[in-house]
Design a protein around this ligand. Structure first.
Ligand code: MTE
Ligand code: MO
Length: 223
C-alpha cells in the first residue's frame, strides 16, 4: 500500500473537521441538493432523484491535510462528471466557461474546487460508504468524495453546489493554515503558500486535539 507523501495510515475512519465538537447538522426531511450560480436556471435534486441516477462504486483512501489517511474505503455515488455533462452543461449560457465549483454543506462549510479537479473520474457525490447509507460522522445524506484531493475539499452534508466563471475569493486565504487552492495529495499541496513538507510537523500536531474534539460531537459513537 502506497500513501501520498507525508501521510500515515490510521485505524478506521475518524470523524474530523472544522466542525470540531459541534454535532452534525440536522438533515431536513425534504432535503434536496440545490444547483446554482452561472446557470441559465438553477434547480433542485431531491435525495430520491439523486438515488435514482446511475451510481458507481469506488475503493479509495481518504487523506486529511493534517497527515492521517483512512485506507480502503468503499464509496458509492453519482460521478460528478456525469451529472455535470447531463444536467449542468445544458444550462450554461452560450460562451459561459465554468472554472470553479463551490460545494457547500448544511453546516455552511465550503470547498472551492477547480472544475478541472472536480471532473476527475473518481469524484463522486457519495451517498453510501462501506455498503450503508452515509452516517452523520461522514456527511449524511450526501458528500463530495475527491480522493485525489485533501479532506478539506470533500464537503460533507452537501446542500448547495454553485458554478462560477471566475475563482471566488477564498474566505480563508489569510488564515495561517490556508488550504492550497488545488490540494492535490500526490503533489502534497497542503498549504496555500508554504511547501507541503514544511508544514507537516505543525499539521500533524493538530491531529490528536481535532480528532478528540470531533469525536465529542459524534452522534454515532464513532466506528
Ligand atoms: N460540511 C463539512 N464538510 C467537511 C468538514 C466540515 O467541517 N464540514 N471538514 C472537512 C475536513 S477538514 C476533513 S479532513 C473531512 C473529514 O471527513 P470525515 O469526518 O468523514 O473523516 O471532511 C471535510 N468536509
Ligand atoms: Mo481536514
Amino acid at each position: 500500500m502506497t500513501l501520498p507523501p507525508g501521510q500515515r495510515a490510521v485505524e478506521g475512519f475518524p470523524r474530523f473537521g472544522t466542525h470540531l465538537h459541534h454535532p452534525p447538522p440536522a438533515v431536513p426531511a425534504d432535503h434536496a441538493l440545490e444547483f446554482g450560480g452561472a446557470l441559465t436556471e438553477g434547480f433542485r435534486l431531491s435525495l430520491a432523484e439523486l438515488a435514482a441516477l446511475p451510481h458507481r462504486e469506488l475503493r479509495a483512501d481518504f487523506h486529511c491535510v493534517a497527515g492521517w489517511s483512512a485506507t480502503d474505503l468503499r464509496w458509492e455515488g453519482v460521478p460528478f462528471g456525469d451529472l455535470y455533462r447531463t444536467r449542468i452543461e445544458p444550462l450554461l449560457a452560450p460562451g459561459a466557461v465554468i472554472s470553479h465549483v463551490i460545494f457547500e454543506g448544511l453546516d455552511h462549510f465550503q470547498s472551492i474546487v477547480a472544475l478541472e479537479d472536480a471532473l476527475n473520474a473518481d469524484v463522486l457525490l457519495a451517498d453510501r460508504l462501506d455498503g450503508r447509507p452515509l452516517d452523520s460522522d461522514h456527511g449524511d445524506p450526501v458528500r463530495l468524495v475527491s480522493p485525489g484531493q485533501y479532506g478539506f475539499m470533500n464537503t460533507k452534508h452537501l446542500a448547495r453546489i454553485e458554478f462560477r466563471t471566475t475563482e471566488p475569493p477564498n474566505p480563508d486565504r489569510w488564515s495561517p493554515i490556508a488550504g492550497h487552492a488545488r490540494a492535490r495529495v500526490w503533489s502534497e499541496e497542503r498549504h496555500r503558500y508554504l511547501p507541503g513538507r514544511a508544514v507537516r510537523p505543525v499539521y500533524r500536531w493538530l491531529i490528536a486535539p481535532i480528532r478528540t474534539l470531533s469525536a465529542r460531537g459524534s452522534r454515532t459513537g464513532g466506528r
